[in-house]
Design a protein around this ligand. Sequence first.
Ligand code: UDX
Length: 445
Amino acid sequence: MKKISVIGGGHVGLVSAVCFANSGYDVILCERDIEKTEHIRTARPPFFEPSLEVLLKKTIDVGRLRVSTRIKDAVSNSEVTFVAVETPIKPDGSIDLTSIETSSAETGEALRGEEGYHLVVIRSTVIPGTTENVVRPIIEKRSGKRVGEDFGLAMQPEFLREGSAIEDTLNPNRIVIGEYDKRSGEVLERLCLDFYRGKAPPIIRMNLASAEMVKYASNAFLTMKISFINQVANLCEKMKEVDVVKVADAMGLDERIGRKFLNAGVGFGGPCLGKDLRAFINFSCQLGYTSEIFEAVLNVNERQARHVVDLAARELGGLKAKTIAILGLSFKPNTDDVKDSPSIRIINELLKEGASLVAYDPRAIENARLILGEKVRYASSALECLSDTDCCIVATEWDEFKRLSPQDFSELMRKPLLINGRRIFDPGVYGKSLRYVAVGLGASR
Ligand code: UDX
């Protein structure tokens, strides 16, 4: 069984390292942030992800997963290195490759004294051409070795979602392998087949830049589905008794369309989708191509949070001095991540209008506080959040919120007005005892 190293202890890096280790591989994870390293070493994941803590503890306890702050340690003690460092974007939307460049340089240095074939696999999301034109020359220069002869180079985009990252790693729909040469692709394919033990999903091999393109195109397509259904939803609201959920259910039964990612709501957020779409737009500009669809998708998404705020303003006759309960701060359920969260966009719009806010989230309050400070009051439960408010906006569809009854709203709120941004409550039930407004729901006759 191959020895594996993973560079980067973020979502992709830590989850992959834990899954490999749990499957019996010897894994060494390299994370340069000392505080994060200490968290991982003591089996306390630096972020919330279902099942991660238990698996991390198991793999640390049996000694299958080791943690280091030095890339040299990681590379020298393995045959395959996965690079999963962050690739943020700059204010102009161009990708910031600093971490990719630094990790490539250190990987090259580490390979200099090593004997035997080593495979480097880029897992970070990088602009097409990066592995070939940035990673390859840096590693070759620093190692004094040649790709294709002394070391292999591959690019394997990741498609895992926060909140189901372990499940997605263990049961992916497909594996995409971008390869510098045949040997690199074969070593990686064999490793994947070994990891999935006869239950591997389809594996598609291609050149490096095509694999990099698959990742951007996939994410852009997902965002297009979301913005598309949000526009349909906004149109449904202008009609009588037309509900976007019914429309999406029926559309989704067409196999060419599919029901997934047709949930209308407050827009998409999170650390990847918006960032990757911006980088893709910037990349296409660099190539002299105007990507009209991608730009429209982004604009629609940015307006969707405002749309929900407008619904609240319309129902309340203005937002000044109104007290509004916000249920959900994370960008989606089962995560404590608030990066680019639509809920934060909604909150900022409401604050601009002079509303006073109380918010609750089962996991993300600590992270939200780092962004919003004390501009918002934080409740310690959903019920406390609703108390004495004029309106409630559901911004994240946590399971915990689905258990709230119509009476919880009508008894606790000053004026029971529910703006359902995530379509988690049945309008037929909740609409009877509350003023109920939802994204994509046309008014009743
Ligand atoms: C995404 C991609 O799905 C994943 O393949 C990639 O590797 C990383 O980015 P993630 O950001 O974790 O994953 O979550 P995802 O489930 O895709 O949701 C992203 C956002 O879209 C969330 O804010 C979610 O609420 C929103 N969304 C999703 C909708 O508004 N409607 C939908 O139908 C689906």
